[in-house]
Design a protein around this ligand. Sequence first.
Ligand code: NAD
Ligand code: UDP
Length: 310
Amino acid sequence: MKTVVTGGAGFLGSNLCAALIARGDDVLCIDDFSTGNVRNIVGLKHHQRFAVMRHDITVPFTLPDVDQVYHFACPASPIQYQRNPVKTIKTNVYGSIHVLEAALDHAARILQASTSEVYGDPDVHPQPESYWGNVNPVGPRSCYDEGKRCAETLFFDYHRQHGVEVKVARIFNTYGPGMNRDDGRVVSNFIVQALRGDPLTVYGDGRQTRSFCYVDDLIDGMVRFMNASASVQGPLNFGNPAETTMLELAETVRNLTGARSEIAFRPLPADDPKRRRPDVRRARVDLEWSPKTDLAAGLEKTIAYFDALM
Ligand code: NAD
Ligand code: UDP
């Protein structure tokens, strides 16, 4: 199988590249290294079935022969995607069009890494795929949320209009080895802060929830989805339904690291979703997929990864 992974030097993309190489694919990683890291793919760099193309997908490009495209290129951490919001929208809209055109040229199947953010600050719990969401179109998160919603539309329109085989995965908060120390998302922040003995920065009152999925479970879901029947298009939710507050997460990280860090409360960012939890029944039925790693087990592996980096 000839496979392209856009965003292949990022957190999820690099874990995906490693899994695809391990199952025997030829993998081309396309990345502009804006939030990705060469360190993430250093172990693959000299593999004969692995290649890297440094490219910004907002600029048109052509691809060599390809069977499957995993489209992961886009900053995912709020502080990263808000740094240059216009670029974030361009990446999601122009970038997705360019990747879809490349898939169309080669009659390749293409999977979109969409997000739970398409549900915005949801008022339905847990969130099923049939829920249309509660998204602010003009707030600081909109460049990402609306960009990803537009990308989903493009995927389904390329399918309806041009017959492209598409798959849309709505990924809920995923964590694990491969995240950057300065990524800015909560799991990496808390672990790095705990390992340094710094205060853990809890935004707002810490009672907002997220449901955290370990990266290996997520990657297993992506590969199953890509290789399932063409009729399984999604959108499909992928995540771990175990819901936790940020205060509980901080406490768990403190316990697992043995840190004596204090909690430092910081202002809640605008439009921060209050609750988030995936309904993953569809992925269970369509793909026989469900997450296997509980939070403590996943955090232990992630702590070991960051410990080795520091
Ligand atoms: P990440 O920031 O670690 O990885 C994104 C990668 O895309 C980086 O390597 C970056 O350099 C690259 N990139 C960004 N803009 C680009 C451009 N214009 N051209 C080429 N490359 C570009 O983030 P991640 O957590 O690995 O997320 C990967 C994908 O999964 C994103 O599309 C994100 O929206 C989606 N996702 C992730 C999560 C999660 O919890 N990790 C949740 C929902 C959706
Ligand atoms: N958060 C926090 N401390 C941090 C970073 C994030 O309390 O140092 C909170 C953030 O306000 C949000 C939750 O943790 O409520 C998850 O944030 P993250 O940026 O990881 O992902 P997202 O908001 O996109 O789900």
